[in-house]
Design a protein around this ligand. Structure first.
Ligand SMILES: [Zn+2]
Ligand SMILES: [Zn+2]
Length: 455
């Protein structure tokens, strides 16, 4: 029978087909790998749970707990609630969960949703904040633009206090129920409070967001840090092998040499860190925390990414500060030209509606940088700032002229009431801005008033 069938349908191939293996859970694509706002692993779990129409707690308990069977509590959410931040970190909890999830989704890129690639680079203490933090403006903007709502890994770094895009402080307390959220909760859902279930998006006005809470220079440093760390996170997938703890010790030693002629005490003074601490870092016996490293990089205007990728940082430092130049700079306490700092400052200035806007002269004075240097580096930003200033000046001038015209009119009528002839010199003696008679419009206003008085 079979033989006759095969004769009839010779093209039938009875060999077993090779079907690619299926993943137990959806192979949900993580958001933004290779960008500053890559998704966090805990946020990914929330979205994955949502895709399967269950709570993250159920996903963890039913699917992941069996694969992560560890003494610390594994994936048993009830036992690890207060440590869930570590799931995005660089330690064993993140590692176990990534492995388990990769098995279930058959994805191989989930480690980039954690800090696992930095595991030897930064001490894990205080690397991540203990509770969930978010930028309400980011949520709201994504919602309004109908974009995917998710939780960026950047928000979980303790040193990141500001949203690098909206320049607001990150929020840790729900505005509805005033409670804090654990990084992952039984009912976590991106954009919503896991305690009361309310939407957390909101467009904050600049002043309510941080004008009151932060001084300008503090804000500037925090924006710089958030952007610099975003840059590092974005580059991490491509830099796997280049990030080494020895680089930190070597580069710091080099900087001590270049900036303070090898004098650790002097260098330590410049960065406000105890001398012994710097010595331990330079000898590679201790690693600076991510926060300390961010501060050092900010001090010398070198991005953290450049610092960690050796050739680049040498280049930028020697370019920016030749050895002698650096010493002079530090001695005279002038700030070296810090392109990133200047750029952030200019961008920030363009975003805010502070009135009156600053002229480029004033900007240069505040930044303690030569105006020509700023123009050379950022011609477009400078032109935009000048245009904003000019436009304000024009409007302001127009407003003043109008005020003068009104005043001139009132004074003319008043003089007329007193039986005096409102000549230009008589009026100019009584108005608050007599010099403005040099403007045609003001002179015309007087002529117009006299015409009304039939003079
Ligand atoms: Zn934001
Ligand atoms: Zn709430």
């Amino acid at each position: 029978m079979l033989a006759s069938v095969l004769e009839t349908y010779e093209s039938w191939d009875l060999k077993k087909l090779s079907i690619p293996s299926r993943s137990r859970l959806y192979q949900l694509q993580p958001v933004g790998i290779g960008t500053p706002l890559v998704e966090s692993l805990t946020g990914y779990i929330s979205r994955l749970a949502e895709a399967h129409c269950v709570n993250p707690g159920v996903l963890m308990e039913k699917q992941l707990a069996t694969l992560v069977n560890k003494e610390y509590g594994g994936a048993n959410l009830h036992r690890i609630y207060n440590y869930t931040t570590a799931l995005n970190g660089s330690g064993v909890m993140a590692k176990d969960l990534v492995q388990a999830l990769q098995k279930l989704t058959l994805r191989d890129d989930l480690c980039f949703l954690t800090l696992l690639t930095w595991d030897k680079l930064f001490p894990s203490r205080n690397l991540l904040r203990s509770v969930r933090a978010w930028c309400p403006s980011c949520y709201q903007e994504w919602y309004e633009k109908k974009q995917l709502i998710y939780e960026p890994l950047l928000w979980s770094l303790d040193v990141v206090k500001i949203c690098p895009y909206h320049h607001h402080q990150l929020i840790c307390e729900c505005p509805h129920c005033h409670q804090k959220n654990t990084t992952l909760a039984w009912r976590s859902q991106p954009g919503y409070c896991s305690k009361c279930g309310e939407w957390l998006g909101l467009i904050l006005s600049q002043e309510s967001a941080n004008r009151n809470a932060l001084k300008k220079n503090e804000l500037e440093q925090k924006i710089w840090s958030a952007k610099a760390l975003g840059e590092l996170i974005a580059a991490t997938p491509y830099l796997n092998d280049a990030l080494s703890p020895t680089t930190i010790a070597l580069t710091l030693s080099k900087w001590v040499e270049q900036i303070a002629e090898g004098n650790i005490a002097e260098f330590a003074r410049q960065i406000n860190v105890p001398r012994n601490t710097v010595w331990l870092w330079c000898k590679g016996k201790n690693l600076p925390s991510l926060e300390a490293l961010t501060n050092i990089c900010y001090c010398f205007g070198v991005s953290i990414l450049s610092f960690l990728t050796e050739e680049n940082n040498n280049l930028s430092l020697s370019k920016k500060l030749g050895a002698t130049e650096a010493k002079t700079t530090l001695r005279t306490r002038n700030k070296p030209f810090n392109a990133e700092r200047v750029k952030f400052y200019l961008e920030e200035l363009l975003k805010n509606d502070e009135s009156p806007p600053l002229s480029m002269e004033e900007v240069a004075r505040q930044l303690e940088v030569n105006r020509k240097t700023i123009y050379k580096h950022f011609p477009d930003l400078c032109r935009a700032i000048s245009a904003k200033y000019d436009s304000y000046q024009k409007d302001y001038h127009k407003k003043i002229i109008e005020e003068c015209c009104q005043e001139v009119r009132l004074v003319a009528f008043e003089l007329h009431n007193q039986g005096k002839y409102p000549t230009e010199s008589a009026v100019s003696e009584l108005v608050s801005r007599p010099g403005y008679f040099r403007y045609k419009k003001v002179r015309l206003a007087l002529r117009e008033a006299n015409r009304e008085l039939e003079l």
